[in-house]
Design a protein around this ligand. Structure first.
Ligand SMILES: [Zn+2]
Length: 120
């Protein structure tokens, strides 16, 4: 049973998690690690080709370019609000005002939620 608070429904901000009813969130970048890895793998293959033919500088240039592309992708990422307890992710145009991830908070809240849902 999902319960959406008025703010969540109106998509203005996330103040209560509709999944576990928790009120603690952190913010991170909406980054898919697969994208970054794919860029690096493709660049490494191209680079290996240049390297094979003795074009070392071009090979390094390709790798450097790939690192820049990854940086560019990262800088354009949108913010993602994540629930500490159940890891539900909230994307949207609402105001992402949660603080960055805090390991100490996660250590306290995750076991609490897991006990509640009976995982432990
Ligand atoms: Zn939650």
């Amino acid at each position: 049973m999902l319960s959406f608070s008025d703010d969540v429904r109106a998509s203005t901000k996330v103040d209560q998690c509709p999944v576990c009813e928790g009120g603690d969130f952190y913010m991170r970048k909406d980054f898919d690690p697969k994208v970054g890895v794919t860029v690096i793998v493709i660049a490494a293959l191209i680079s290996a080709g240049f390297y094979f033919y003795g074009q070392d500088l071009i090979a390094y240039g390709v790798l450097g370019g790939a690192a820049l592309i990854d940086l560019f992708i990262y800088s354009r990422l949108k913010d993602l609000t994540v629930c500490y307890r159940c890891h539900a992710e909230f994307r949207g145009s609402f105001e992402h005002s949660a603080p960055p991830f805090d390991l100490h908070t996660a250590d306290e809240l995750e076991p609490e939620y897991e006990r509640k849902v009976g995982k432990r």
